[in-house]
Design a protein around this ligand. Structure first.
Ligand code: NAP
Length: 304
């Protein structure tokens, strides 16, 4: 599909792309670039590329697909670094969890002779770094592309085919819409998880050990999200500020309403809400975004 793909950033997402591109034979050559020599050396040990460069400008020379896989806050400096070395007609894309900010950071620096098509694979785990990747990460997960209205159709089609070959389903959205949808489906759940786990961490030491001991009662499901990469999530929070503040505002209002219902002993209100949310879980399973096995398929029989 491509002659040379350059991955800038080789953590969970970059290394997963390397694995799936190799498995599916999507490119003749994979070039890897990372900020630190340590990560680059590890990527080489793992055989994630055919060649390796600390200098991203050097890495993109001759590439017909460039995928930026760094934290959201790094995109402007990456765009400035690679701009003058990009090949005529290259597709430049990314995997960042926020779209509006990335477009603002990159677009002004990129030359007119490349096709910039922002993207976001909605797939991940709480692990990071080059060891974390695996070829099936994108299977049956959505990848959202947010091309400009006058983006080259052929380039969008080619990138769509690329993600489909990686196992994903592809959707096209406006960047602002993406940022609003993801604020509620991904960013808010992570921020709530960081908050609840942080609250538990602030408890007195004896209560804290009990939180860990009895975590199978629900708490541990939040700890998975709250174990996610701090740099990535700091950048997401700062770069999707407006949509996150909007959804956090609505969440706080709903939380206050729930507090009021509990204080007033309004069981009907609580029961209605808990019934409504149960059906959301069923829809998630019906859309193939989770398995129906109880307790997320855990084999240890822990209670909820
Ligand atoms: P990761 O595992 O932490 O890897 C990040 C990579 O970016 C490393 O190669 C790192 O290089 C490099 N990097 C970090 N800071 C940089 C900087 N300031 N300038 C240049 N390079 C830098 O990250 P990831 O989980 O793969 O996430 C990458 C992107 O995918 C993020 O934009 C994230 O929003 C998005 N995303 C993540 C997930 C997820 O679940 N993790 C899901 C979907 C999308 P060194 O190690 O050499 O410093």
């Amino acid at each position: 599909m491509f002659e040379k793909v350059t991955l800038i950033g080789i953590g969970l997402i970059g290394s997963s792309l390397s694995h799936v591109m190799r498995r599916e034979g999507l490119t003749k050559e994979i070039t890897v670039s990372s900020r630190s020599q340590e990560t680059l050396d590890r990527a080489e040990e793992l055989g994630l590329g055919d060649n390796y460069h600390l200098d991203a400008a050097e890495a993109v020379r001759g590439a017909d697909l460039v995928i930026v896989c760094t934290p959201v806050g790094a995109f402007e400096s990456v765009a400035k670094t690679i701009a003058s070395s990009l090949s005529d007609g290259a597709i430049v894309t990314d995997v960042g969890s926020v779209k509006g900010s990335i477009i603002k950071q990159m677009q002004p620096h990129l030359p007119d002779n490349v096709h910039f098509i922002p993207g976001h694979p909605v797939a991940g785990t709480e692990y990071s770094g080059p060891d974390a990747g695996f070829a099936s990460l994108f299977e049956d997960r959505w990848c959202i592309l947010t091309p400009d209205e006058d983006a080259d159709e052929k380039a969008v089609e080619k990138l769509t085919s690329f993600w489909k070959a990686c196992g994903s389903m592809v959707d096209i959205m406006k960047p602002d819409h993406h940022d609003l949808v993801l604020a509620i489906t991904s960013h808010l759940p992570h921020l709530i998880a960081y908050n609840i786990v942080g609250t538990a961490d602030d408890l007195a030491t004896d209560s804290k050990s009990e939180v860990i001991k009895f975590s199978a009662s629900g708490f541990r499901d939040f700890t998975r999200l709250a174990a996610s990469d701090p740099t990535m999530w700091r950048d997401v929070a700062l770069h999707n500020k407006d949509a996150i503040l909007e959804t956090l505002g609505r969440f706080s209002e709903d939380l206050s309403a729930m507090q009021r219902a509990i204080r007033r002993g309004d069981g009907e209100k609580l029961f209605d809400l808990f019934t409504r949310t149960r059906s959301i879980r069923r829809s998630v399973i019906e859309m193939g975004q989770d398995v129906a096995a109880p307790n997320f398929g855990r084999a240890d029989g822990s209670e909820d």
